[in-house]
Design a protein around this ligand. Structure first.
Ligand SMILES: Nc1nc2c(ncn2[C@@H]2O[C@H](COP(=O)(O)OP(=O)(O)OP(=O)(O)O)[C@@H](O)[C@H]2O)c(=O)[nH]1
Ligand SMILES: [Mg+2]
Length: 219
């Protein structure tokens, strides 16, 4: 996917802070430190538009970004704060729940990318979030990242285990790496399918009309 432009727009905690626009949105959720912010940078081909951190729990707001694609379609990418970080106090956990719950009800939200570590697979927090999505009318996209941490064989073996465990097919998940950009195109295709208006089919130029008698030249 070609990117023309991308930009950070704003941080929000509650709905009154959300941008007022009519762009389709795709959001990114997952456990703290799993690689959500890195994944957004990879999608946008930016090195550090989204802050990446070694300390879990750094993204604590809902961060809105916009992107203009090569074909001029536009959408917003929304980075959600991570969950499941054991050392986060109960008060923060409940604030996370309120913040994310109100965001999931947003009319513009078309799909939620659930980012998981391929080495850990789907965990309870991920499962709970996925189970809540039909209620909000939001489509899940399952992404397993940090694929570069496994050898090709190990990654394949993990995929077999994950598809068997979740009773899904290979087409229903995306193996990703922000280091090698593996899975980037497949993820963009899926996002475009669920969030973007279809491109009008390109119109074939009309065949030139050949007048009777003209084609006889040289024949
Ligand atoms: N090897 C490898 N490391 C990655 C990958 N993606 C992210 N990381 C590393 O994982 C750490 C966390 O990455 P972030 O992108 O900040 O993770 P996050 O999910 O946004 O974290 P929070 O905002 O704290 O929830 C950083 O040290 C990244 O460099 C990947 O695909 N492969
Ligand atoms: Mg982050």
């Amino acid at each position: 996917m070609k990117i023309k432009n991308s930009a950070f727009i704003k941080s929000a905690i509650k709905p009154s802070h959300y941008p007022e626009w009519d762009l389709p949105e795709v959001a990114f959720a997952g456990r703290s430190n799993v690689g959500k912010s890195s994944l957004i940078n990879t999608l946008l081909m930016r090195k550090a538009l989204v802050k990446v951190s070694r300390t879990p729990g750094r993204t604590q707001h809902i961060n809105f970004f916009t992107v203009q694609l090569g074909d001029d379609r536009e959408l917003s990418l929304v980075d959600l704060p991570g969950y499941g970080f054991a050392r986060v106090p109960a008060k923060i956990k409940s604030e996370w729940g309120t913040m994310v719950d109100s965001y999931l009800g947003r009319r513009l939200l078309k799909a939620l990318v659930i980012v998981m570590d391929v080495r850990r697979g789907m965990e309870d927090d991920d499962r709970q979030l996925i189970e809540a999505l039909p209620h909000f009318g939001v489509q899940p996209i399952l992404v397993f990242t940090k694929a570069d941490k496994l050898s090709r064989n190990k990654a394949h073996q993990r995929l077999v285990e994950i598809t068997r465990d979740l009773k899904i097919s290979n087409d229903d998940l995306i193996l990703f790496s922000s280091h090698t950009r593996k899975g980037r195109e497949k993820l963009w295709e899926r996002i475009a399918e669920l969030c973007l208006p279809r491109l009008a089919p390109s119109v074939e130029p009309e065949q030139p009309v050949v007048e009777a008698g003209q084609e006889a030249k040289g024949a």
